[in-house]
Unconditional design. Sequence first.
Length: 255
Amino acid sequence: MNMKHISKKGMPPKKKMTAFTKELIKTLFPVTEGGYFKLSTLPGLKFRLLRILSPLKERLQDIPRKIADDFFLSLPEIKRNLEMDAALIADNDPAATGMDEVIMTYPGFYAILVYRLAHKLALSGVPLLPRVMTEYAHSLTGIDIHPKATIDSPFFIDHGTGIVIGETAIIGKNVKIYQGVTIGALSVSKEMASSKRHPTIEDNVIIYAGGTILGGNTIIGHDSIIGGNVWLTESVEPYSLVYHQNKVTVRGRKK
C-alpha cells in the first residue's frame, strides 16, 4: 500500500461511505428500496459527507465544505438526468411497465444512479469515496462503471450483468448497452494512467450483448449498431452496422 496516501487521521471507514451512498439514494429515489422511508434531511447528509471528507482533506483540491456545498447544489440536476435515463429505459424496454418499475427494480438504472452521484464527487477531486460508491453498485449489479467515465444523459443499460466501462471512456446521448459489454483499454500499463485509454461512443449508438470495444483512439460513430459478440479495436464511421458473422450448422441424427 502506498503510505503517502494515508492521512495522519486515517481513512474514512468503508462502512460509513457505503451507508452514505445508500441514504443518498433513498433521499433522491425512495422507491429504490421498495418503499418509502423517513428520509434524512439534506443538512444531515451534508454533515455525513463532511465527516467522510475530513480525513481526506490533505488530498482534496478544495476545502471539504466547498466540495460538499457544490455536491448538494448539483443534486437537482443529477436527479433530472437520472429521470431522463429512467424514461429512456421505460420507453424502449417492452418489458418495462413504467418508470417506477425501472427505478425500483432495474440493476442498470441503479448502476447509473450511483455512477452519476460518484461522478460529481470524482469531478470535484474527491479520492476514494467515488470508487467505494461505484464498487458498491458493482457488487449489487455486476455492472462496473468507473466514476471518472464521462456518460451523457439519457443512457440505457438493459440487463447489465458483466458490463465494464473504463475510466476515460466517453459516452454520448441515447446510447443503449446490453449485458456483457466491455468499453475498455487495449492494455494495462501504469505509464498510461494519464492518457485516454478507453473508447468514445457517440450519440444514438446501440451495443448488443457481448460486444467488446477497446482503445483510447477508438471512436464509434453516432447512430451505429454494434452487434453481439463483436470485438472492435478500431473506429467505425457514423451509421455503421457492425456484426460478427458465424455459421451454425443443424443436421439430423441417425435414429
